[in-house]
Design a protein around this ligand. Structure first.
Ligand SMILES: *[C@@H]1O[C@H](CO)[C@@H](O)[C@H](O)[C@H]1NC(C)=O
Ligand SMILES: *[C@@H]1O[C@H](CO)[C@@H](O)[C@H](O)[C@H]1NC(C)=O
Ligand SMILES: *[C@@H]1O[C@H](CO)[C@@H](O)[C@H](O)[C@H]1NC(C)=O
Ligand SMILES: *[C@@H]1O[C@H](CO)[C@@H](O)[C@H](O)[C@H]1NC(C)=O
Ligand SMILES: *[C@@H]1O[C@H](CO)[C@@H](O)[C@H](O)[C@H]1NC(C)=O
Length: 328
């Protein structure tokens, strides 16, 4: 017994010696990093203010252009980089080789300052590629509103780039008529977008109405997303981000409230829907699952918001402290 204890002690001392030798090699600036290493904690993470990497894998037609506009307006002042990940042909998913390239690149590209990536791409599990995960954020919207907004956007554009000719420019068919005529464009299956975006790169994620995909989307939201807001509460979303990651979002709420042009993007001409159109969607499995996901995200956002912000949306500040620290 005693022999083993001595052996363990010797091993421990040798290990300690190695750590001390290692300490001497490292410059003074890295001392805080070292202390975490010696304590056996994980190596410097993406959360160090210098290397903080945020990934906003934006869902189309959720107000993402308005939100990204804020980041572009703040990046010079708050000293961070903004990068658009242009996934060609708006595919929403990447090939396996691109996934690996992207995961490796994002976690090894030392931009020497915090960075904010955004792009229309489904959730990616960075751990699967042996890479450090960025902090994910996202915004989602009531599923039917999102679809209707997209429908009219293709016909009438928006006030962001009013002169751009859209794909269905000149088509005057209303969404109600499109549904009534049973047109493919207005099939409830087209609602299936927010669930697969959070579910990720598995084939089943993209099968409309798949219940496994919904569970996976919920799990990813809980486990991998720092924050998921809702388009209907964009101001509150900005406020929570500013309270949580001030080194990127300091001043964001004020800027958002001033509502400079870049933060507003409204699809032109949106007609209210007929009751039977809404009933038709509510009756579909796809709407039901998409809506369940939206409600799930909304409950979580309300909860986070109430714990983080005061009623006027200002930061509650740190509400914990350390005490009974021993030995003195
Ligand atoms: C930032 O990342 C680079 C390379 O990825 C790494 O060498 C450096 O130690 C990191 N800095 C901090 C403060 O974590
Ligand atoms: C992405 O790249 C394609 C091809 O270069 C370009 O046509 C498209 O406008 C880009 N997308 C955005 C949102 O900038
Ligand atoms: C990441 O990609 C960029 C642009 O393609 C490239 O300049 C950079 O060297 C890459 N970094 C790593 C670590 O692969
Ligand atoms: C307009 O859009 C509707 C719905 O997709 C479609 O059924 C109709 O054929 C379109 N009209 C024209 C003139 O392209
Ligand atoms: C709802 O769906 C069921 C089964 O698919 C169908 O029988 C019923 O007519 C639908 N009701 C409406 C209002 O669309």
């Amino acid at each position: 017994m005693a022999k083993y204890r001595v052996l363990a002690l010797v091993t421990y001392l040798m290990d300690l010696e190695k750590k001390i030798a290692f300490t001497k090699d490292i410059s003074q600036q890295d001392s805080s990093r070292l202390s975490t290493e010696i304590n056996g904690a994980s190596p410097p993470s993406r959360f160090s203010s210098q290397n903080l990497t945020l990934f906003y894998n934006r869902v189309p037609k959720t107000g993402s252009t308005s939100f990204v506009g804020l980041a572009y307006d703040l990046c010079s002042k708050n000293k961070f980089k903004v990068l658009h990940v242009n996934v060609s042909k708006n595919a929403h998913t990447m090939s396996l080789s691109d996934q690996l390239r992207f995961a490796r690149n994002l976690s090894h590209w030392d931009l020497k300052q915090p960075s904010f990536y955004h792009g229309h791409v489904a959730y990616l599990d960075f751990a699967k590629f042996g890479s450090l995960s960025p902090l994910f954020i996202n915004l989602i919207r009531q599923p039917l509103d999102r679809m209707v907004s997209y429908y009219y956007f293709l016909r009438y554009g928006d006030d962001f780039r009013p002169h751009l000719i859209r794909k269905k420019q000149g088509n005057k068919t209303s969404f109600d008529d499109c549904v009534k005529d049973g047109q493919a464009e207005c099939d409830p299956n087209n609602l299936w977008l927010q669930v697969p975006f959070f579910c990720g790169h598995h084939a089943d994620c993209w099968t409309p109405g798949n219940t496994w995909a919904l569970e996976q989307a919920k799990n990813n939201l809980v486990k991998s997303y720092l924050l998921v807001g809702v388009t209907e509460q964009m101001e509150e979303f900005v406020a929570v981000l500013e309270a949580t990651i001030p080194n990127l979002f300091k001043g964001a709420l004020k800027l958002y409230r001033q509502g400079s042009k870049s933060h507003l993007r409204k699809t032109n001409r949106k007609l209210p829907l007929k009751a039977e159109t809404i009933a038709h969607f509510r009756n579909s499995t796809v709407w039901q699952l998409e809506n369940e996901f939206y409600e799930f995200a909304l409950r979580q956002f309300e909860y986070v918001k109430s714990r983080t912000l005061k009623p006027d949306l200002s930061d509650k500040g740190q509400q914990f402290f350390y005490e009974k620290i021993r030995p003195k």
